[in-house]
Design a protein around this ligand. Structure first.
Ligand code: FES
Length: 242
């Protein structure tokens, strides 16, 4: 992907979408309040700014969008099967929280921070070492696929169970993005559940964020209104998966 397109995607927060968020009547598939932080509500839209319908998401494809900040990448996946429900999870310092389930008609749609909980590997326009690995694609990280793998050090996360750690060096799940599906089938990000690595990421990648966003303050701007979403294959030039 050319840098120009990357910048186009990250500028999603400035896009105006003609949909009234008050139409949302879906259940908030979050937790019981513990370790949940509400952010600006943002509609998931495609690169042209057109709202994406939950029923149109391709199965087992990793989509990338930035949320809750302009520079923090997240992944959106429509899984082949309904997720688990009411999954109890723990942060690396032992804080407990509850991930309710995926969203959509069949409870198959999930979103997580794409910043690895181990050492902050994340998708960039140049490459990505972290992605959802479809069921039919083998991985060295775990005995079965249909999971999220960070190929930097082979951490495996359970995509259908709140990104619980299955194996590898990560000490906690990926932070979950809490989604709502509205009555008109549009998808909205409304908050983040679990322990996130956003502040560590801002600190560790200060020079890169300055280069791409023109400054750290710009990188830390909250996404609002809408979040542009593209397939990982369009977002990163090279995808590495072991
Ligand atoms: S950074 Fe992801 S496994 Fe190490």
């Amino acid at each position: 992907m050319e840098r120009r397109s990357f910048l186009k995607i990250i500028a999603a927060g400035a896009t105006i979408v003609a949909v009234n968020p008050s139409l949302i009547g879906g259940t908030l598939y979050a937790a019981d309040g513990r370790m949940f932080k509400a952010y600006e509500k943002a509609q998931i839209v495609d690169a042209a700014g057109v709202p994406i319908k939950a029923s149109s998401l391709e199965k087992e494809v990793t989509y990338i969008f930035n949320y809750p900040f302009n520079s923090t990448p997240c992944m959106l996946v429509n899984l082949p099967e309904p997720t688990e429900q009411e999954v109890s999870l723990k942060s690396e310092i032992g804080e407990e929280y509850l991930w309710k389930s995926g969203v959509g008609a069949k409870r198959t749609i999930v979103a997580y921070s794409a910043i690895c909980a181990h050492q902050l590997t994340h998708p960039t326009p140049n490459d990505s070492f972290i992605k959802y690995v479809p069921k039919a694609t083998p991985t060295m990280a775990y005995a079965k696929s249909g999971i999220i793998v960070c190929s930097s050090h082979l951490s495996a996360y359970d995509a259908g169970a709140g990104a619980k750690v299955l194996s590898g060096a990560a000490l906690q799940p990926l932070a979950a993005v809490v989604l709502e599906v509205a009555a008109d089938d549009t998808i909205w990000a409304v908050g983040v559940l679990g322990s996130d690595k956003f502040q560590d990421y801002f600190k560790a990648f200060k020079p890169e964020l300055k280069e791409f966003y023109g400054g750290v303050a710009e990188a830390k701007t909250l996404v609002s209104i809408s979040a542009k979403t593209v397939k990982l294959t369009e977002y990163s030039k090279e995808i590495i998966q072991y």
